[in-house]
Design a protein around this ligand. Structure first.
Ligand code: NAD
Length: 484
């Protein structure tokens, strides 16, 4: 057994302190060797004026211990407060969110008795960059970012996880039929990484039908990896249909640090009444014990918990007349688990963490940036404009230069010039594509773009932003508009 491992603990808000006490009691009495550093996060911090919900000094503790067991917090209503989860994930590079969603049939009611799915959610990119802008009176924008190194990391993590936990298949969900470049990259990288793991089956589903299948027939899935937003939504769906969101724990893994938590919130209405189910946080703590190399304690505690569930000792949220045997409070539930340490479930599958790896799961080959040649071939200029597309084109068409021509105008992604349709609904931002013709060779200088912007401004048209158009080894790094 390893010597004591320092961990940072936050008791959180609402039911947080009760479920944290119960969780720590179980794992410590099961033999966890941990040195606890306590930090304060959440409501009190927010109300003291720390908009991130955490004291800057608390980050020092996390930097030192690199392991964070976190109870849920209450985010006060009103503007200005930043999500502590998003801040922690990003600050510490916790790129992988792991949520096992398992059914405990017949002891906890579920329509999916054979369900045993692990959702691996990319945790840092996609629409969660918080890069949002109001462009005009009509339009808000949120930037979706998918990077190759970010995607390589998460896909590799999913396959390493599958191998380590003896799982047979990794499925990728994406929407690459619509988002050909962003989700297209996610899918492509998934296929590349999958080829390195011939021992594990792989497949890809478009996320809409994949989500429907997951909700209907989750037993066909094993490990499922996906970009941030789909993962956020579908991991809650998966946890709920497995039995209850109150039962799922979650790990947020980075190269240097890791954070473990329940997936539910602080349930303020249940606070202070010894009612809450500590299982979600407890199962997060079990993942933490494996992570810090105390797999045998994790196994002991987890098997005792399974036996408790099997014995029908249930908190109110999972208590069902006819299935459950005894309705207990938070403390009594923890006591029931403790009294079963050393026991194993008879019907539910017992856990075996003897081969589960600890921290090195994240080792991987270094990222090698490709040497593709990037050439500028034009610019998309987004302009604030409320009159007709034809009148805008009449102003802009003569302004091309340095080989660039006005190629098309689009509104909300739909081509409106040349040859737009009268029926197309438009808003007050139009994208104007100035580009070298497809058959042209060569590139456009940055100065040519700024000169173009000057001409547009001098013509009295107001641009709200630009996006460079680049070819990579001659292949366009941008999509055509719908209808183009
Ligand atoms: P919630 O998850 O707190 O509660 C949803 C429902 O589930 C409630 O009926 C609640 O009583 C029940 N519930 C949740 N956990 C339970 C448990 N362990 N045992 C028994 N019943 C449980 O979601 P909410 O009500 O939407 O949010 C409450 C607060 O929690 C909000 O301030 C929200 O911002 C915050 N929140 C925090 C986190 C986090 O810290 N990770 C996550 C989600 C929500």
């Amino acid at each position: 057994m390893a010597s004591s491992t320092p961990i940072t603990v936050a008791h959180g808000d609402g039911i947080g302190p009760e479920i944290m006490d119960a969780t720590l009691k179980i794992i410590q009495e099961a033999g966890a060797k941990i040195d606890i550093e306590t930090i304060e996060i959440g409501e009190k911090q927010y109300l003291k004026g720390n908009l991130a919900g955490i004291e800057p000094s608390a980050f020092e503790s996390l930097r030192r211990t690199k392991v964070f067991l976190k109870a849920p917090i209450t985010t006060p209503q009103g503007g200005g407060f930043k999500s502590l989860n998003v801040t922690t994930r990003k600050a510490f590079g916790l790129y992988a969110n792991i949520r096992p969603c398992l059914s405990y049939d017949p002891f906890i009611r579920t329509k999916h008795p054979k369900m045993d799915v692990v959702i691996v959610r990319e945790n840092e990119e996609d629409l969660y960059g918080g890069i949002e802008h109001r462009q005009t009176i009509d339009v808000m924008q949120c930037l979706k970012l998918i990077s190759r190194p970010g995607t390589e990391k998460i896909c590799r993590y999913a396959f390493e996880y599958a191998r380590a936990y003896n799982r047979k298949k990794v499925t990728c969900f994406s929407k690459d039929n619509i988002m050909k470049l962003t989700d297209g990259l996610f899918h492509k990288v998934f296929d590349e990484i999958a080829a390195e793991y011939p021992d594990i089956e792989n497949e890809h589903w478009i996320v809409d039908i994949g989500a429907a299948k997951l909700a209907d027939t989750p037993e066909v899935f094993d490990v499922v990896v996906m970009p941030n937003l789909y993962g956020d939504i579908l991991s809650d769906v998966a946890a709920q249909i497995a039995g209850s969101v109150g039962l799922a724990g979650s790990a947020n893994i980075g190269d240097a640090c890791a954070m473990f938590e329940a997936i539910h919130g602080s349930a303020p209405r249940r606070a202070g009444q010894n009612l809450a189910n500590p299982s979600g946080l407890f199962l997060g703590a079990v993942q933490m014990l494996v992570h810090i190399g105390q797999a045998s304690v994790a196994e002991l505690a987890h098997n005792a918990w399974l036996k408790t569930i099997e014995d029908g000792v249930h908190t109110y949220d999972i208590f069902k007349e006819g299935i459950s045997k005894e309705k207990v409070g938070t403390k009594e539930f923890a006591q029931a688990v403790l009294s079963r340490i050393g026991q194993k479930p008879q019907i539910l599958k017992e856990v075996d963490y003897s081969k589960a790896p600890s921290r090195p799961l994240t080792t991987r080959p270094p990222y090698v940036r490709s040497s593709e040649v990037r050439e500028r071939v034009g610019v998309d200029v987004f302009v604030a404009y409320t009159k007709s597309a034809n009148s805008l084109a009449a102003i802009l068409e003569p302004l091309g230069g340095d080989g660039m021509k006005l190629e098309m105008l689009s509104n909300r992604g739909m081509k409106v010039w040349p040859g737009g349709m009268e029926e197309t609904f438009t808003v007050d931002v139009t994208r104007c594509r100035f580009k070298l013709p497809d058959e042209a060779t060569g590139s456009v200088s940055a100065k040519a773009i700024t000169a173009l912007m000057d001409r547009i401004t001098d013509a009295g048209v107001e641009f709200v932003k630009t996006e460079g158009l680049y070819n990579f080894d001659g292949k366009p790094g941008f999509t055509k508009s719908q209808g183009q």
